[in-house]
Design a protein around this ligand. Structure first.
Ligand code: ZN
Ligand code: ZN
Length: 352
């Protein structure tokens, strides 16, 4: 079968011919229908040998693609609850199902698969879905019945990662509170929607690109905050809009030194700052640097239950899912468009 692989670190991905995988007793073979492309794919492709966080943690030589959706082609002999031809999405967090994190419903922290900073997950160290077929264990699959897999592909990482981050702070978002979402790209657009759908909080969308702020307003943001320079004006604007009280929950989908500084500046006593973005910025924490009693946490990935819930929201028609379709033989063009920032939604590779 045809597949798009990272063959060597520091080299562009390429099409290769590999054997069609065969399912073991608890595996599912999917005929791929849709694979969303993610900025982290570019970070992997750009990794020089030995560099952090990918090339020093995982081995090259795997098929890219971690936002996968398709149709059940074959099932292992021990599987009884899936039918051939059913549409499914794949939760890309590979996990053992048995360690203390997995049994506690936090499989993204699975002990068995975590090496250094980055665990080998679907499309990141182990074969992903940029191929005609994808083999996954039953425990990574969620059925979407007869829904269209193409729209669901970007939910499996972009949306569900944002959903998980918002979920960790949802209990703080009561009437009269506010939430700031920093970075309105692939994840942040969903972040705004989830806060809107699941809480009564007033929503501040923060970005340095005006068109993204307009998108944020379309999907439910109450206030658009333009991030310019080091973010001092954005901080002043949010403090003014909250009568100096600050923001209850900040989710930073960028993670630069400047965005983290902004998050700390607008933080509110007993609030929560959640870091999702991987830009590598750091935040100094101490008395006077973060509001008193304010928590700071990174939010890694998501759980399969998160994905199930996101799919339910999509099924009820409550999510706006913007995608731009590319055929499987134009993966490189799609990555180029992603890199150039010319996409009008998530790039999704659609298989014939
Ligand atoms: Zn991703
Ligand atoms: Zn585990």
């Amino acid at each position: 079968m045809k597949a798009f692989k990272i063959v060597q670190w520091g080299q562009p991905g390429q099409y290769v011919d590999v054997p069609k995988p065969e399912p073991g007793p608890l595996d599912v073979l999917l005929r791929m229908k849709a694979a969303g492309l993610c900025r982290s794919d570019l970070d992997m492709v750009d990794s020089q040998p030995g560099s952090a966080p990918y090339a020093n943690s995982i081995d090259a030589g795997y098929i890219l693609g971690h936002e996968n959706a398709g149709f059940v082609e074959e099932i292992g002999s021990a599987i009884t609850d899936l039918r051939i031809g059913e549409a499914v999405v794949v939760h890309h967090m590979r996990h053992c199902g048995n360690c203390e994190y997995c049994t506690d419903g936090a499989e993204q922290h699975c002990e068995a698969f975590k090496r250094n900073a980055i665990a080998a997950t679907r499309g990141c160290g182990i074969d992903g879905g940029l191929a005609e077929f994808l083999l996954v264990p039953l425990t990574e699959v969620i059925s979407i019945g007869d829904e269209d897999p193409v729209l669901y592909a970007p939910l499996t990482d972009a949306a569900v990662t944002a959903y998980h981050a918002v979920q960790t702070a949802l209990h703080r978002l009561r009437p009269g509170t506010s939430a700031a979402l920093i970075g309105i790209g692939g994840l942040g657009t969903y972040g705004v929607q989830f806060v809107k759908l699941l809480s009564p909080a007033r929503i501040f969308a923060v970005d340095n690109v005006r068109s993204r702020l307009r998108t944020a307003e379309e999907v439910g943001a109450d206030e658009a905050v333009l991030f310019e320079g080091d973010g001092a004006a954005a901080a002043a604007q949010m403090l003014s809009l909250t009568n100096g009280r600050g923001v209850d929950v900040v989710v930073d989908f960028v993670g630069s030194a400047d965005t983290l500084k902004l998050a700390a500046k607008v933080s509110r006593p007993r609030g929560r700052v959640v870091l999702v973005g991987l830009e590598g910025g750091t935040l100094e924490v101490g008395w006077g640097l973060l509001a008193t009693g304010c928590e700071f946490a990174t939010s890694l990935g998501s759980t399969r239950q998160d994905l199930r819930e996101v799919c339910q929201l999509a099924r009820s028609g409550k999510l706006r899912i913007d995608i731009q379709r590319f055929p499987f033989d134009e993966v490189q063009a799609a990555y180029d468009a992603l890199r150039a920032g010319t996409l009008t939604g998530r790039a999704v590779i659609v298989f014939p």
